[in-house]
Design a protein around this ligand. Structure first.
Ligand SMILES: [Zn+2]
Length: 203
């Protein structure tokens, strides 16, 4: 895994991306949203929390690397995930946090666009795992990816980001499909709202 990471870091640097592997459990994104990592095109930075065994952070590293590839390859989903140079996910967060007032239609549109970029990214990750025989359990990864994307669609009802990642809850993962193609994440998200409330949001 280390050698794959080194190889990919080299490629990121070649394209002018600063790679920051942070020795903590989470990294902070924007206004204090916690996550396992992110790729930020504005600051040309990729950050991943590596204060845990590599087996835990390696999939995150590959996921963020695939966001880099979306940017590099001009993926339409990547460009569609920003509005006026702001990620639509951040705009939705600003709305939830009361800094911005979006109409219901705008909010749905922004969350939808944020979900689409994640879906395209996860498809790239899964393809990479299979093609390069990466040491990631592809079935489990796919279930985690489905839970993650479904969460984006549930956010409209949940009105917040998660406190506990949806892809860490066994109860949620157990009912996730193990393929990603053909999954209706929007419908799935609506079905899962109660479980997300129970397992992912601080009461
Ligand atoms: Zn992502």
């Amino acid at each position: 895994m280390k050698s794959i990471v080194n190889k990919l870091v080299k490629n990121l640097k070649k394209h002018g991306i600063k790679v920051k592997l942070i020795k903590s459990k989470f990294v902070q994104y924007g206004d204090g949203t916690i996550c396992n990592g992110y790729f930020d095109e504005t600051n040309k930075t990729m950050k991943v929390a590596v204060g845990k065994p590599i087996i835990k952070w390696f999939p995150t590293f590959i996921h963020e690397y695939c966001h880099f590839e979306q940017w590099l390859n001009n993926a339409p989903q990547w460009y569609n995930s920003a509005e006026d140079e702001q990620y639509t996910l951040n705009l939705a967060m600003d709305h939830f946090n009361g800094y911005l007032k979006l109409t219901k239609k705008q909010l749905n549109d922004y969350l939808h666009r944020a979900a689409e970029v994640e879906l395209d990214c996860e498809k790239r990750v899964i393809k990479k795992i299979k093609e390069n025989n990466l040491p990631i359990d592809v079935k489990k990864y796919t279930q985690r990816a489905n839970a993650y994307i479904a969460f984006y669609y549930a956010m409209e009802k949940l009105k917040s980001w998660y406190d506990f990642p949806p892809y860490e809850s066994e109860e949620i993962l157990n009912i996730m499909p193990s393929t990603i193609r053909g999954v209706n994440h929007k419908k799935l998200g609506k079905k899962l709202v109660k479980l997300f409330e129970k397992h992912c949001i601080k009461q």
